[in-house]
Design a protein. Structure first.
Ligand code: TPP
Ligand code: MG
Length: 434
């Protein structure tokens, strides 16, 4: 007898028509936002397991939030990293500097000094506090929204601005998109615009570090949207199989340009819960709580360093501004989301904490903000002496083909000769700077 499943559904038959679910964000422009259903838990409630814990015992941590800073601006519970006031002030200073830097660079793009910029407003803690919990020579594989790592590691602001302006001071010679920094000296791997590629690279680097018997670990940062890329899943598999000394930081800022996190799976489960399927340790953290970010990263770093294994950390945060200077979020999301976000602003929360413990005040904060803005302004002027976008080529055209291969392969040599020839035909005599 024929299997009824093989026959096509007859018109009007009683088998249900199949249907797809297409995720839709809750709020669109103009909508009233209500985040009261977002369960943020309470600061200080979660225990801090031993760093050698079996991932199978960490289920709860993938669904709840590690939080330290409470409504009273005090630090609570076992995850309190108990940092001294000087360290907290340094952390606040780095976060304030990142914000001032973002403001000025964003304006610089609007003034035509660069073609592109990306802010990390609202996410400063996830890079600044997390990188302060690492050793300065641990290798980091960031995405394009971790300028806070470079600032926390003391990378010169002028180098960042030279790169953003692609000017003659740009060590990368204008060959990377603005903000895609690279610094071997600061153990900061070159940023790639191809999403999630940094995740298997970080795992591979960590594996190599272990193979060599080195003591340095690796950490990578990736957006929640990018976790839908295959690379991320390969990274998780390799990390767990080989117990690589690596930290996979997932920044869940709710948005991937105009796609909300639901398209990467947020309607079904948390991003930290990805860890469970791989047998990785997984933590879900309040990404706007600098102390929680620090504590989680330190926990994972200690774990990796002691060969207890890799950790996947989801930072629950919110991208407060547009994706980049090319984006206008008012076209796809409600402006109220930023104001209503239940985890507040990371800079304000750390500032209020320092005030609450009697180690800071509003006057000092204002002075610090002024100093940050002044420092960025001064450095910007300095970098502008090396040129800005629109001043023509800052590096000789002929160098375009250099520095990738030690010896230029014949086919690139041919292309380089042809390109130079075409420019001569177009512009007449060879330009002296070429
Ligand atoms: C492989 C690949 N696909 C698509 C893009 C285009 N793109 C650039 S950023 C971005 C959104 C990424 O969102 P998310 O991972 O959440 O990071 P966020 O920007 O929020 O920090 C997309 C789709 C790209 N650069 N690379
Ligand atoms: Mg995102």
């Amino acid at each position: 007898m024929a299997d009824p499943a093989d026959s096509p559904t007859p018109e009007g038959g009683n088998r249900p028509a199949l249907a797809l679910h297409v995720p839709e964000p809750k709020y669109r422009p103009g909508d009233t936002v209500d985040f009261s259903d977002v369960d943020i838990g309470e600061a200080g409630k979660l225990p801090r397991p031993d760093e050698s814990v079996d991932p199978a015992e960490m289920k709860d941590f993938a669904y709840r939030l590690v939080r330290v800073l409470g409504e009273d601006d005090k630090a609570h519970g076992a995850w309190d990293p108990k940092l001294d006031p000087d360290t907290l002030r340094t952390m606040l200073g780095h976060m304030a500097l990142v914000r001032a830097f973002d403001e000025r660079m964003f304006r610089g793009q609007r003034q035509g000094k660069t073609s592109f910029y990306m802010k990390c407003t609202g996410e400063e803690a996830t890079s600044v506090a997390a990188s302060m919990a690492l050793a300065s020579d641990d290798m980091v594989f960031p995405s394009y929204r971790q300028q806070g790592v470079l600032i926390a590691r003391g990378y010169p602001l002028i180098e960042m601005i030279n790169q953003i302006y692609s000017n003659k001071g740009d060590k990368l010679k204008g060959r990377q998109l603005p903000i895609m920094y690279s610094s071997r000296e600061h153990s900061f791997f070159s940023i790639s615009g191809n999403l999630a590629t940094q995740t298997p690279q970080a795992v591979g680097w960590a594996m190599a570090s272990a193979i060599k018997g080195d003591s340095r670990i690796a950490a990578t940062w990736v957006g929640e949207g990018s976790t839908a890329e295959g690379d991320f899943h390969s990274a998780c598999t390799f990390a767990t199989v080989y117990n690589a000394p690596v930290i996979l930081n997932v920044i869940n800022n709710q948005w991937a340009i105009s796609s909300f996190s639901g398209f990467a799976g947020a309607e079904r489960t948390t991003f930290a819960a990805r860890a469970l399927g791989y047998g990785l340790a997984g933590l879900r953290v309040d990404g706007n709580d600098a102390l929680a970010c620090y504590a989680a990263q330190r926990w994972a770093a200690n774990r990796a360093r002691a060969n207890h294994g890799p950790t996947l950390i989801e930072y629950f945060t919110y991208r407060a501004e547009g994706h980049s200077t090319s984006d206008d979020p008012s076209g796809y999301r409600s402006a109220q989301e930023r104001e209503e976000w239940p985890l507040g602003d990371p800079v304000m929360r750390l500032k209020n904490h320092l005030i609450a413990i009697g180690e800071w005040d509003e006057e000092r904060q204002e002075e610090m903000d002024r100093e940050c803005a002044e420092r960025v302004k001064k450095t910007t002027k300095e970098a502008e002496k090396n040129g800005i976008l629109g001043h023509g080529l800052h590096h000789p055209f002929r160098t375009m083909f250099e520095d990738v291969y030690e010896d230029l392969p014949w086919h690139l040599k041919e292309q380089a000769d042809q390109a130079m020839h075409e420019r001569k035909v177009k512009f007449g005599e060879e330009r002296p700077w070429e």
